[in-house]
Design a protein around this ligand. Structure first.
Ligand code: ZN
Length: 595
């Protein structure tokens, strides 16, 4: 597919660009892009299933007029500021996704051509025709300079037709896309700023992108990428302290991210912060529940009062009462002095009970009593003390199931589960990886006095491919170890520095494929999928077994439905399964599962 209509960028009207920095002829412009055929060939229509695939991700055709109404409604209901943030982050997420494809789609190309996958995908998607004016990339040195112009954008058209000319640039989604794309490609935060916009009377829109710390005067641009004032504060701090990492303050409890899951959690945090409501953080180990709890305290009404954290799993059962409520001198052997417990120490402030699901049943009773009465008694003391605390708890357990198993009291769960906030695992917020990489790299380089420029391309790729069962904490530990292992004299972190659980990350289990990368893809994705299968070394027979198992599972054991997925008749599938001694076939052919 070399001469498809999409094979070259649309020629640019020279007159329109006369005042731009673009001093190239149309010929050289067309040469600026590699042939788009390799990307266009990845777009496949599976009409029968009602699906469109780009590579192994599903896409959908949406009318531009629908996007325009969405944009209008957002501005009218949220106001321009919030709408800008929303659309910028939406674009960011889309750009981040495309960047993870870029190197895969052009693995053996020069870095510049691999980078141009992004602007070329925008062409292919029919969104915008971006033309590169300047493009300098050095991943390992962390250097990036990109300048792009575009003559038209639906955002400009929509803005002009509804609101008339604008005093400020309006290509928010487009800028978000560029930020997300370049940040993910480079593995560090890159900010694009729209220097001129057609909505403000310029002949075209022009954006400049460079690493975030090299910018001045970008508060409004950063705010659009900041889901809440308490998130991503590190970027502002770094700019005020200058590029010299040694002068930075090390702050480990920052919340960092821009992905939809992260933004959702931040939104809930903002809503509940200025109340005294009990908050329960839910999520896997290592997702950062304690950081969220600390931030909740920091932005709430009790910020100037104590924040006291208790890890319920770390305190032996026989000590939990004295730890929580305190102890009076002489209460038991060894109680040589009276001392206040965590409840008393948190008076006026916040008490954070981490791993609350680990409390024994007797401890749960005592906690419940204290929460109901807001009064405690120290062990060995008859005096009742009133405590004023905001309770925040966290758990990685499914407390409903713990209640069903009789391991957690339902009345305590009701007390805790007033305002639950789920923190998504890192694999559900991959868009945040570049920001997190940069944050941890600078934090630990400062802490350990190492000079590290960034990551090599192979290191970045491995960090994106990994599944992070230990979530953000695992990523954080990984980067801290890598910073210590690096030569510390200005070289980037390489693959050999990235070790998890004592193994190099590249050899660790590859990540679970995304749903879109799994079973739906073969018909649509065609050759690349077959090539990937060949690389796994699976025999035809083993592949057939896996395929049938997957279809049967997906059909919930319904053989007729599974057979349809495989293009077989039901008896054919049942026969094949039975031949392999598959119990599903036996059970189903016995008539126990309805068709
Ligand atoms: Zn614009």
């Amino acid at each position: 597919m070399t001469e498809a209509p999409l094979a070259a960028p649309r020629p640019i009207d020279k007159g329109r660009l006369a005042t731009g920095r673009l001093a190239q002829t149309d010929d050289s412009l067309e040469r600026a892009y590699p042939d788009i055929g390799d990307l266009a060939a990845r777009l496949r229509f599976a009409f029968r299933d009602g699906r469109i695939w780009f590579d192994n991700q599903r896409v959908a055709l949406v009318h531009l007029s629908t996007l325009e109404s969405l944009r209008r409604e957002l501005i009218d209901t949220l106001g321009a500021g919030e709408a800008r943030g929303f659309l910028t982050r939406m674009g960011y997420s889309s750009g981040a996704r495309d960047a993870t494809l870029a190197r895969k789609l052009r693995p053996n190309h020069a870095l510049r051509d691999a980078f141009l996958v992004g602007p070329q995908l925008r062409l292919l998607q029919g969104v915008v025709s971006m033309e590169p004016v300047r493009l300098e990339i050095d991943v390992a040195a962390g250097h990036f300079l990109g300048e792009f112009v575009w003559p038209e954008s639906f955002e400009v058209d929509s803005h002009l037709s509804t609101y008339g000319p604008s005093s400020a640039p309006v290509c928010w989604m487009q800028i978000g896309y560029a930020c997300g794309y370049a940040s993910t490609f480079l593995g560090r935060p890159v900010l694009f700023k729209e220097m001129e916009c057609r909505a403000s009377g310029a002949p075209h829109c022009r954006a400049l992108g460079k690493p975030i710390e090299q910018w001045d005067d970008i508060d409004a641009d950063l705010a659009a990428l900041q889901p809440a004032p308490f998130a991503n504060r590190f970027t502002a701090r770094r700019r005020t302290t200058g590029p010299a990492a040694a002068r930075e303050t090390v702050v480990l409890d920052d919340l960092v991210g821009v992905s939809a899951g992260f933004v959702g959690a931040c939104h809930l945090l903002t809503k509940v912060a200025d109340t005294d409501a009990t908050v329960l953080f839910l999520g896997e180990t290592g997702v950062g529940k304690e950081r969220f709890a600390h931030t909740l305290h920091r932005i709430g009404r009790r910020a100037d009062k104590p924040f006291v954290a208790v890890n319920c799993a770390a305190i032996p059962d026989n000590l939990i009462e004295s730890e929580l409520f305190g102890v009076e001198k002489g209460a038991f052997t060894g109680a040589l002095a009276s001392r206040a417990g965590r409840f008393e120490r948190a008076h006026g402030g916040t008490l954070f009970l981490d791993e609350v699901g680990a409390l024994s049943l007797p401890a749960q009773v005592k906690l419940l009593r204290a929460l109901q009465s807001r009064e405690i008694e120290r062990v060995g003391d008859r005096q009742t003390r009133h405590v004023d605390i905001r309770l925040v708890a966290a758990t990685n357990l499914d407390l409903d199931r713990a209640v069903a198993r009789g391991e957690f009291r339902d009345d305590l769960l009701f007390r805790l589960n007033i305002f639950p906030i789920r923190i998504p695992p890192l694999r559900e917020r991959r868009d945040d990886i570049p920001l997190l990489l940069d944050h941890f790299l600078h934090t630990f380089a400062t802490l350990h006095r190492r000079e590290v420029t960034g990551f090599t391309e192979t290191a970045i790729q491995a960090l994106y491919d990994y599944d992070y069962p230990g979530n953000i904490r695992e990523l954080e530990n990984l980067i801290e170890r890598a910073v210590i292992l690096s030569d510390g004299r200005g070289a980037p972190i390489d693959l050999c520095h990235l070790q998890t659980m004592g193994r190099p990350i590249a050899q660790a289990a590859p990540r679970e494929p995304l749903a879109a990368e799994r079973a739906d893809a073969p018909a649509a994705a065609g050759k690349p999928m077959v090539e990937r299968l060949l690389e796994t070394g699976l025999s035809i027979e083993a592949f057939e077994d896996e395929l049938m198992d997957a279809a049967v599972n997906r059909a919930g054991g319904n053989l007729a439905r599974a057979a349809r997925m495989l293009g077989l008749t039901r008896p054919q599938l049942a026969y094949r399964l039975k031949r392999k001694g598959n119990p599903v076939a036996e059970a189903e052919s016995g008539g126990s599962t309805p068709n």
